[in-house]
Design a binder for this molecule. Structure first.
Ligand code: F3S
Length: 64
């Protein structure tokens, strides 16, 4: 099952660490804030690494 990945866009500061590490999953929108493109595009451990590496903890990965 595909994990649920969400970005709290009120918290995201556009650091883009997530976009660099997992570009198939995250992208920056027109406001420079991350959004989820395809949560199933990377293995769970890569999603969890992105979650851990966000400097403001805006990413939540929930493994069903
Ligand atoms: Fe935003 Fe964190 Fe990604 S600040 S751009 S969700 S690494």
């Amino acid at each position: 099952m595909t994990p649920e990945v969400t970005v709290d866009q009120d918290v995201c500061i556009g650091s883009a660490t997530c976009v660099q590490s997992t570009p198939d999953v995250f992208e920056l929108n027109d406001e420079g804030v991350a959004q989820v493109k395809d949560a199933g595009a990377a293995p769970l451990e890569d999603l969890q690494r992105a979650e851990d590496s966000c400097p403001v903890a805006a990413i939540l990965v929930e493994d069903e």
